[in-house]
Design a protein around this ligand. Structure first.
Ligand SMILES: NC(=O)c1ccc[n+]([C@@H]2O[C@H](COP(=O)([O-])OP(=O)(O)OC[C@H]3O[C@@H](n4cnc5c(N)ncnc54)[C@H](O)[C@@H]3O)[C@@H](O)[C@H]2O)c1
Length: 252
């Protein structure tokens, strides 16, 4: 038996038109799962074509703006409908806003909390409701180093991602005994569109790089292995875990 085989499993990965979510979706497809990918703009459809070409699998795109509560419900319902059920839920979408804390606009606070925490709770809850009554499943939340450390100028993101880590534990406590494991991945500094400016910043970017024991920025493909592990039977006794994939950054 291949512990990591996902043949016959059905997955939804949010925020997977690019970056980490796209790589996670590709990893699940390569392991045999059927996957719904999601994004907020038309780039999603190009990504679906590219992933279908690279993996030889059918890829199902469902566009939805997850800052809108009704859109979370529609994405989940359409995914269930198109897949005929759901075994794996990866809540990966996320945004960031940066301002000094003393000048942080309340509108940006509301937007970040809505997209990064409230939407994640809604989707986890919908996933849990389905999986608890349909033979179990795997919920994987994408947290952040800012779930652990506070950072600077991103107080809303730190509060939301801290919440993601705590919510992951809370849901695991209620659901793991009923067949639904809930875990979170903590990506380190991963080179994506979200971090493009920071990677090339000669000051802060260089300082961060010097603190990463593995000696390089991460790439989205670095998240594939942990996602397949947490989605598969290999992790059946892992729940409530907040797992760094950070090149050793947090241990330093
Ligand atoms: N890149 C990093 O270094 C890093 C580090 C820690 C955590 N993370 C987290 O990993 C996740 C992915 O980050 P990334 O670097 O790949 O970011 P990214 O900006 O490259 O991709 C974000 C994805 O989320 C989607 N998205 C954004 N707002 C959305 C909305 N309202 N509705 C639907 N989809 C929406 C985008 O379409 C995109 O597919 C995020 O939750 C982020 O906070 C990233």
């Amino acid at each position: 038996m291949n512990l990591f085989d996902l043949t016959g499993k059905r997955a939804l990965v949010t925020g997977s038109s690019r970056g980490i979510g796209r790589a996670v979706a590709e990893g699940l497809l390569e392991a045999g799962a059927q996957v719904v990918i999601n994004g907020v703009n038309d780039r999603l459809f190009k990504t679906a074509q590219e992933l279908a070409a690279s993996t030889g699998c059918t890829v199902i795109p469902v566009q939805a703006d997850l800052s809108q509560r009704e859109e979370n419900k529609r994405l989940f319902a359409e995914s269930l409908d198109k897949l005929g059920g759901l075994d794996i839920l990866v809540v990966n979408h996320g945004i960031q806003r940066s301002h000094p804390a003393e000048a942080f606009p309340i509108e940006d606070w509301d937007t970040v909390l809505e997209v990064d925490l409230t939407s994640l709770f809604m989707l986890d809850q919908l996933g849990g409701q389905h999986m608890l009554t349909h033979g179990g499943g795997k919920i994987i939340n994408v947290a952040s180093l800012l779930s652990v450390i506070g950072g600077t100028t991103v107080p809303a993101y730190a509060a939301a991602k801290g919440g993601v880590a705590q919510l992951t534990k809370a849901l695991s406590n209620e659901w793991a005994g009923r067949g639904v494991t809930v875990n979170a991945i903590v990506p380190g500094f991963i080179h994506t569109d979200l971090t493009e400016d920071l990677v090339h910043d000669p000051g802060e970017g260089a300082r961060l790089l010097a603190r990463i024991p593995v000696g390089r920025w991460g790439i989205p493909d670095d998240l594939k292995g942990i996602a397949v592990f947490l989605a598969s039977a290999a992790s059946n006794y892992v729940s409530g875990a907040i797992i760094p994939v950070d090149g050793g950054f947090l241990a330093r």
